[in-house]
Every structure is written in structure tokens, then in C-alpha cells.
Design a protein around this ligand. Structure first.
Ligand code: VGL
Length: 199
């Protein structure tokens, strides 16, 4: 990776994995490649950011209150915890989103650090210009985060072997990836990253 790169791991939480409240089929398969990617970024001294969905129990995001989804990732619950096999390197930054009960907040660019800094502020303060993105779900939070990153002027590489989609309708993930590509995202894989880094 370039010196101005950072890794964004989107919403790798229990509720989005098999057995969770809003499971992404095979969502847990992205844990292993993202562990390798995170290790690679940390070893290079580059930032690793992990976003999490962090909803209050009552929010318009949930079906019962007018939204699309069953309750998931409620603040402090087991479902909102990161997947137990996810290994975030020391110094990784966790950002939370979805706490405003009036908003869906799919995008990590709506998330904030514990100190209340936005993702964009954090990345800019670190001199980051190129974001590598993996996580869940391709057709919702990954999509929104990637499109916002491009709009904010970052170069974006989607790690295609480290994303998985909800697929409310079959083909949603492919459609989302195509939209990201047309908006300017590049595609890569964790394997490529790790191999180039070792070379
Ligand atoms: C997500 C659906 C609802 C996601 C969040 O993380 O992609 N998907 N809320």
C-alpha cells in the first residue's frame, strides 16, 4: 500500500454474521482476510479503522418504528460486538454510527470516534488519501461508505474477497459493486495486498 493508505473495516459485528439478527450469508468468511489485511496495514504503520452500527433500542431504522430492518446492533448488546475472531491491531480506531434514532446512517462517513471526530476528520489528520474497504454489507454499509469516500475525494479500493452482501434481492451486491466501480472505485484483493507488501 501507499504511505497515504488506510484500511476501513465496515460493521464486522455479530448481528451481521450467521446466527445474528440480520445475518449476511457467509458474512463470517470476511473475518480471516480482514485479519490479514489489518495485520498488513498495522505492520506498515498505517491506520486501521473499524466502523460499527450502534443503534439505540428505538430508532426509525428498525421495522417496528417505520424502517426496513429487524432490530440489530443495539448499543452494548452481544449482537453489536465485533465478531469474536476479528483481531483489531493495537491502535485501531473504532467509530460508531446509527446512534441518531432519526437516521439510517449506513455510511461510515456518518460515524464518529469516542472523542466525536468524524471519519473524514480522522483520515485527513493522518494524511490519508486512499481508503481500502472491506466488511459488511456490500449492498448497504460498504456501498454507502465507498460512495461517500469517493465523494469526499478519497481514492478507494474495494477488497472484493473481504466483502459480503445482505442480498435482500438476489444480485444486489453485484449491482452495488458496479455502482461503486462506475463512481470511481477500484477493486483489489487482500491476497494481492499481502503479496505486494511482502515483495
Ligand atoms: C447494514 C442493513 C441494515 C450494513 C446495516 O451494515 O450493511 N445493513 N443496517
Amino acid at each position: 500500500m501507499e504511505r497515504d493508505a488506510a484500511l476501513l473495516i465496515v460493521d464486522l459485528q455479530n448481528d451481521f454474521c450467521p446466527g445474528g439478527a440480520l445475518p449476511v450469508p457467509e458474512g463470517d468468511l470476511v473475518v480471516e482476510p480482514l485479519n490479514r489485511a489489518a495485520q498488513c496495514f498495522a505492520a506498515a504503520g498505517l491506520p486501521v479503522v473499524a466502523s460499527r452500527d450502534w443503534h439505540p433500542p428505538v430508532t426509525r431504522h428498525f421495522r417496528e418504528y417505520g424502517g426496513l430492518w429487524p432490530p440489530h446492533c443495539v448499543q452494548g448488546s452481544e449482537g453489536a460486538a465485533f465478531h469474536p475472531a476479528l483481531r483489531l491491531p493495537e491502535g485501531s480506531v473504532v467509530i460508531s454510527k446509527g446512534s441518531d434514532p432519526e437516521r439510517d446512517s449506513y455510511s461510515a462517513f456518518e460515524a464518529a470516534t469516542v472523542e466525536g471526530r468524524s471519519l473524514e476528520e480522522f483520515l485527513t489528520s493522518k494524511g490519508v488519501r486512499h481508503l481500502y474497504v472491506g466488511g459488511l454489507a456490500t449492498d448497504y454499509c460498504v456501498r454507502s461508505s465507498v460512495l461517500d469516500a469517493l465523494r469526499a475525494g478519497f481514492a478507494v479500493t474495494v477488497l472484493t474477497d473481504a466483502v459480503a452482501g445482505v442480498e435482500v434481492a438476489p444480485g444486489d451486491s453485484a449491482k452495488a459493486l458496479e455502482e461503486m466501480r462506475q463512481t470511481g472505485a477500484q477493486f483489489g484483493t487482500v491476497n494481492e495486498l499481502v503479496t505486494t507488501q511482502q515483495a
